[in-house]
Design a protein. Structure first.
Length: 139
């Protein structure tokens, strides 16, 4: 059975929820194992290849251990064309377990490709979203 684009997006959203609770295993499962993968995450730096990306996901999950996440996203684009797909998002993440921590706002781009019967992430770029004025209105 082939995974649809909609299945891949749904799996990503579920994996993000697990990551925000300190478990990066589902997010790592979404990634390609090819050497050409890359991640530029909100913590900085460039990670390349499956081993570095997996370590980066583990480090991100560690940052969220003990969190009670309050997460919202605004989907700006979700496109699949042939064997390539991408998502562009804005997100807000807050920790309900820590009233003193301000929410984090980010912009995110994820690139997917079909590998066999599955959609796999091969690039992730996220960085802080600084609003020039006003608030990001997310549910």
């Amino acid at each position: 059975m082939s995974e649809t684009w909609e299945d891949a997006v749904r799996a990503l959203r579920e994996a993000v929820q697990a990551l925000l609770r300190g478990d990066g295993s589902a997010y790592k499962e979404l990634w390609s194992l090819r050497d050409d993968i890359s991640m530029m995450n909100a913590y900085g730096g460039l990670l390349t290849g499956p081993e570095e990306v997996a370590r980066g996901i583990d480090l991100a999950a560690d940052q969220y251990t003990g969190w009670i996440p309050d997460y919202a996203e605004e989907l700006l684009a979700a496109v699949s064309a042939g064997p390539i797909g991408y998502l562009v998002l804005r997100e807000r993440v807050a920790n309900l377990a820590n009233d003193n921590a301000p929410p984090r706002f980010r912009r995110i781009t994820l690139l997917f490709r079909q590998e066999g019967r599955r959609w796999r992430v091969f690039h992730h770029h996220s960085d802080p979203l600084h609003q020039p004025s006003g608030d990001l209105h997310l549910p």
